[in-house]
Design a protein around this ligand. Structure first.
Ligand SMILES: Nc1ncnc2c1ncn2[C@@H]1O[C@H](COP(=O)(O)OP(=O)(O)OP(=O)(O)O)[C@@H](O)[C@H]1O
Ligand SMILES: [Mg+2]
Length: 263
């Protein structure tokens, strides 16, 4: 199988702090790869470099054999890389369908003049966007909530809507930053199931998630970061028994307890 995404020697420094240093891995089509590590380990920063939000200080990002290091997020999206954010980015007072259509429009390259005069081509595009958006909603199990105002959705459904929007770009690679954050056990399982289905269709998934049960359940491969460096990688069983990984989490927990005690 040909590698979909490879990340090589990626690093960035913020005012002397090495937030990420020399991190590399590769992702195959249909694979679910999780990046885990204690708070502040560098997971989101790594995602921000891969998705073109931060310019890496070192290293390369190769998508489908092409060097896309530091490419703008919208151009990356056109080449097949899509992402969600750790904080929800949903328009609360638009309907579920309107939110999905908003995601769909990002991939359109229709002529501005045609839209301005609402020519037939643009009207046809609007219809296609609506059909496409409805299909997406069905894919994430939200088709029956299409006319609901997004602000009235449960948190789990909001997270699914966010993933639907990222899927509108028809990505080859999907980056999900904490898709189950704030969700209860039932909602988390629904999101699990949905991510697995998306991967089955051949999309490579990069996941950052704190819910370890979910990570262990759905990942094919896990990369562990601590203080910006990769300290381990492998399948879930191997990684969860790795002494360096256990030590990193225990250290982080001890640090948090000490912080709480001083607060
Ligand atoms: N824009 C920035 N400027 C300065 N420092 C930053 C910036 N972004 C991240 N950092 C620092 O880089 C380190 C890694 O942060 P990052 O947000 O990537 O961690 P994380 O693994 O995603 O943590 P969490 O699990 O809490 O989301 C932290 O020390 C953080 O304070
Ligand atoms: Mg983060």
């Amino acid at each position: 199988m040909s590698t979909l995404l490879s990340v090589d020697g990626l690093g960035i420094t913020f005012g002397g702090l090495r937030a990420v240093h020399d991190v590399g891995f590769s992702l195959q089509p249909g694979e679910i790869l999780s990046v885990i590590g204690p708070n502040g380990a560098g997971k989101t920063t790594l995602f921000n470099m891969i998705s073109g939000i931060y310019h890496p200080g070192a290293g390369k990002v190769i998508l489908d054999g092409q060097d896309v290091t530091a490419m703008r997020p919208d151009l990356l999206a056109r080449r097949g890389m899509s992402r969600t954010f750790q904080n929800l980015q949903i328009f609360q007072n638009m309907t579920v369908l309107e939110n999905a259509i908003a995601g769909y429009h990002l991939q359109e390259t229709g002529s501005f003049m045609a839209d301005l005069f609402s020519l037939p081509a643009s009207r046809a595009r609007a219809r296609t966007a609506k059909d496409g958006a409805m299909e997406l909603l069905a894919r994430v199990g939200l088709d029956r909530a299409a006319e609901t105002e997004a602000g009235n959705l449960s948190y789990g459904k909001l997270k699914r809507l966010e993933i639907a929007r990222a899927l509108a770009l028809n990505p080859k690679v999907l980056l999900l930053d904490e898709p189950a954050a704030g969700c209860n056990a039932v909602e988390t399982e629904e999101i699990d199931h949905m991510i697995a289905e998306v991967a089955k269709s051949g999309v490579g998934i990069l996941l950052v998630e704190h819910d370890m049960k979910m990570v262990m359940r759905i990942s094919n491969h896990i990369v562990v970061l601590d203080h910006g460096e990769k300290i381990a990688e492998g399948d879930p069983a191997t990684v969860s028994q790795n002494p360096a990984v256990i030590a990193a989490y225990l250290r982080a927990e001890a640090g948090a307890d000490a912080g709480a005690a001083h607060a």
